[in-house]
Design a protein around this ligand. Structure first.
Ligand code: G4P
Length: 528
């Protein structure tokens, strides 16, 4: 029987990140098409359209805003590998959720719109990848439409994200007339043919360079010139630099017409590193063959109103997970029965029987399990927690109808646990007017919507003038308490936070009172 380490070598666990509308959803679907997960009729298209037409609370908000709030974990076989694609929510502004999902990925694919290049959201997401030293593949999408000059685009990526870009494929054909790509690794030209609505795989044909010139026409000499230039610069694929998050291999294509999708998926399998022993909180790597362990990177309640439950998404780090196993919840030491372990595919669930390092398990009704918690069997381990982001938006929440206070309190604590927003409390004011803190204002919309629709507690949000949060300690908090322009609040994990209205004010305080403890939170300034 293969060991967990053997199984891990077949796993590729990654996420797709992009600015909204760059084509993440389309590319995800095309990955499933090439992974054979759509031909069976049971795949994501069904899951997705089902999700879109469903009448649940979630879906209503999704439809209203045309966004996807629920993240999905998709697993499909490709070649001799098992691909785990972690879907990040497509919020227009940054959400902490994405950060957590990236904590569970071994690599990311950054999708860019060929006509737009690097957009604000891509830049923020990229910063997160850099912090996590996550290897990054780049897919320049929508090449079927008139776009920018490819060399100029590469230049922009290098300039803006500071990674060496190593184009693996190169587009052939003039703008808007995309014929195929040259694979710079072997110099061969792959010609693509369009199929109606991109519903099936695009036929591909390898064409010898000599014949390609005649077949492509005017676009060919330009592509050859560009390839020659790239060879002179030496922008060649370097697998080691990719894994070390120092260079990003780039691919050109069109998710809509399926052009270049297979090459990208092949690269995921060939280049993305399989799960490796993960460091525990002390920095000791946990052997892949050690007994089962994993950490929770996402908790979501009421995804499906017909279930009304709470799912904790766990990434397996070591060992073999078998449904029915009784595992230990690290922080409380309590046993947790895994009779209801699911693989969640879109809004559909399948019972999951076993999982290996790199796989994601959905634990149902894991009421006490929080984001960042470790679960294990036999051999205790604790993985480093997932740090929360520095919020930059703060609003006070009050229940509109005081008769609904109980529901309000329950909802607020649920949203806090899930990390939909961070909940900050003033010790003097208790639970009646908590401050909701968010990285992006969209988190507020989700919170307000859910409080009303899921918990029956309509709320009123009043914005505050605070913009910056710092972690502080009791002594400093006592000093800061009476100062102008500062507010001290506490998080449910006990952390004391000092809120400031402006950077200027904070800097002045820091220079006037160097004794004060004012620590930055993770990813300060890179999100929001
Ligand atoms: P997102 O998840 O990153 O937000 O993007 P999504 O895949 O939803 O794509 C956004 C829009 O871009 C969609 O058009 C989609 O069809 C289109 N698109 C994606 N990939 C390509 C591509 O390679 N070429 C071209 N030309 N278009 C592409 P839409 O009109 O907003 O939606 P729809 O009605 O087509 O679904």
């Amino acid at each position: 029987m293969p060991t967990p380490a053997d199984e891990a070598t077949r796993r590729r666990t990654f996420a797709i990140i992009s600015h909204p509308d760059a084509g993440k959803t389309t590319l995800t679907e095309k990955f499933l098409l090439y992974g054979g997960a759509l031909s069976s009729e049971a795949g994501a298209v069904k899951a997705r359209s089902g999700r879109r037409s469903a009448t649940s609370d979630w879906m209503a908000l999704e439809q209203q805003r045309g966004i996807s709030i629920t993240s999905t974990v998709l697993q499909f076989p490709y070649r001799d590998c098992v691909v785990n694609l972690l879907d990040t929510p497509g919020h227009r502004d940054f959400s902490e959720d994405t950060y957590r999902v990236l904590a569970a990925a071994d690599a990311a694919v950054m999708v860019l719109d060929a006509a737009k290049g690097i957009e604000p959201q891509t830049l923020k997401l990229f910063d997160v990848c850099r912090q996590r030293e996550l290897p990054l593949l780049t897919f320049v999408n929508k090449w079927d439409r008139p776009g920018r000059d490819p060399l100029e685009l590469l230049d922009e990526i290098e300039q803006q994200i500071g990674l060496v870009v190593t184009p693996v494929t190169w587009p052939v054909g003039i703008a808007g007339d995309f014929r195929g790509v040259i694979d710079r690794r072997d110099g061969l030209f792959t010609r693509f043919t369009r199929v109606a609505r991109g519903a099936t795989e695009a036929p591909e044909e390898i064409v010898e360079p000599a014949r390609a010139a005649a077949a492509v026409g005017v676009g060919w000499p330009a592509a050859v010139d560009e390839i020659t230039l790239l060879a002179q610069v030496g922008a060649d694929l370097d697998a080691e630099l990719f894994v070390g998050a120092q260079s990003t291999p780039a691919f050109f294509g069109s998710a809509l017409t399926n052009f270049g999708v297979r090459k990208l998926l092949d690269a995921v399998v060939d280049l993305v590193p399989p799960p490796s022993p993960r460091d525990d909180a002390e920095g000791t790597p946990r052997d892949l063959d050690a007994p089962f362990s994993g950490f929770v990177f996402k908790v979501q309640a009421n995804m499906d109103p017909s279930h009304r439950d709470r799912i904790a998404f766990l990434r397996v780090c070591s060992g073999r997970f078998e449904r029915g196993m009784v595992i230990t919840h690290g922080p409380t030491g309590k046993p947790f029965a895994t009779k209801y372990a699911h693989q969640v595919f879109g809004s559909e669930r399948e019972t999951l029987e076993e999982a290996y390092p790199g796989d994601v398990v959905g634990l149902v009704n894991a009421t006490e399990v929080r984001v960042g918690d470790t679960l294990w069997i036999d051999q205790p381990v604790e993985y480093p927690g997932i740090p929360s982001f520095a919020p930059e938006h703060f609003s006070v929440a009050r229940v509109r109808d005081t008769g609904k206070f109980k529901q309000f309190r329950k909802g607020i604590s649920q949203l806090d646990e899930e990390g939909v927003v961070q909940v900050l409390r003033d010790v003097d004011q208790g639970d009646s007017a908590p401050v909701l803190a968010a990285v992006g204002p969209m988190q507020f919309d989700v919170a307000v919507y859910r409080l009303e629709n899921e918990f029956g507690a309509p709320v009123e949000l009043s914005p505050t003038s605070y913009r910056i949060a710092r972690r502080t300690d009791r002594t400093s908090a006592d000093t800061l308490q009476g100062m102008r322009g500062v507010r001290i609040l506490s998080r449910s994990d006990g952390t004391l936070m000092a809120l400031f209205e402006s950077q200027y004010w904070l800097e002045r305080l820091e220079s006037d009172h160097p004794e004060l403890v004012l620590e930055r939170l993770v990813a300060e300034g890179s999100a929001g």
